[in-house]
Design a protein around this ligand. Sequence first.
Ligand SMILES: Nc1ncnc2c1ncn2[C@@H]1O[C@H](COP(=O)(O)OP(=O)(O)OP(=O)(O)O)[C@@H](O)[C@H]1O
Ligand SMILES: [Mg+2]
Length: 444
Amino acid sequence: MNLLIVDDESSFRLHLKHVFERQGYSVAEAKSGFEAIEKAKQTLFDVILLDIILPDIDGLEVLKQLHLISPFAQVIMMTGNATVENAIASMKLGAYDYLVKPFDFEELSILVKRAQDLARLKREREAAEHEKSFRSRFEEFIGQSEHTRQVMQLVERVAPTNSTVLITGETGTGKELIARAIYRKSVRSDKPFIVINCSAMQDTLLESELFGYIKGAFTGAVKNKSGLIEVVNSGTLFLDEIGDVSPEFQTKLLRFLESGEYRPLGSTHTYKSDVRIIAATNRDLKQLMQQDQFREDLYYRLNVFNIHLLPLRERPEDIPILVDHFLSKSCFALKKCVKKCHPQAMKILQSYHWPGNVRELENVLERAVILSDGQEIKAEDLPADIKQTSFEMNKTTPLKLADLERQHILNILQKTGGNKTETARLLGISKKSLYHKPHKYGVM
Ligand SMILES: Nc1ncnc2c1ncn2[C@@H]1O[C@H](COP(=O)(O)OP(=O)(O)OP(=O)(O)O)[C@@H](O)[C@H]1O
Ligand SMILES: [Mg+2]
């Protein structure tokens, strides 16, 4: 709760300061219009008490400026000599209220409290809007590779059905993003979407969270508790890391998937619920099945519809568009403006093997945006290990003849200080054929 008091009379300011500090406000003071404007640039105020007559600028002018600087702050105008014109002008300029001195401090306190509630509300609404637009802008699954196109087609096709979906792929390939995309495009999109991370929970906890329990089912179960399956009835449940659940839980899950029935822990009754299940794992379920760690029947039940996401290194065509996407995402979040990636940096990004997949790419770019001091991500903004690995990969992949030629020409040009006649002589070719070397060399 930040309050700013703007008045040239110091004893009056001091008095108000005491009153409001006692009520828990953090109070700042300004003795002139300019000082008020400077303070508003540094602190987010909820409420500003502003005298109309100030030694430097007119209070109404200050009011205009304050609205531009802190649109959420509510401004209460104060004046010693009331004129109707001033009151009307203040309200027209969007002041919260207008008080004539001397005023009752109790009345002022109530007014400030109400103004503060309004400021809070406005700020929260703005934050929610911002969050919403951020989400809708950046929750999309981005990519332009053939693989991504196919994945998006599968999403479109399976979303409107009620089918269980199993999403597989290495860590960071976007499994959760796909699960959310399926949910958004489904007929259940107005119902809840709940994520359960199966590997983070112990078995009984997972079971009781999902199916609920009755009083006395175990020590500590002092009353009945509904499970998520009941709570999200007709919603969507995303079971993340499904490869990590115990065989007992697998049995219960299978039963639910087959019949829609479940039994809360400790209960003798079975209940029914209509929940769509989307599951994901980065483990190889087939292999787990062969090792008897995953039930075969559950595997087939989940695998009715499988979406497999390829590792990023197997779809480098997605990298440029992902880079654009994450640059604008980071810039939006960090309030910076780094628009592009230098071709050399892009080359490094495209030749790295990305064990952490898209998540790792996103982190690398965010870091680069923080480090960058220009409009472009350069190779030096990338972490050393990424540059190193990419360099080593390049050493083992054979160079194209044209690349070698380009490099050689560039070297000689550098040696001769850009002298083309001398360069041609050293290369043993005519100056004319040097000029005929394609412009792609970017040196002529
Ligand atoms: N194709 C994509 N387009 C845009 N963002 C993506 C894409 N793929 C992944 N991301 C981003 O990468 C991060 C990791 O994605 P996500 O959490 O969906 O991965 P995951 O496969 O569930 O990983 P894990 O197995 O580790 O849980 C998220 O921030 C997500 O927004
Ligand atoms: Mg995940």
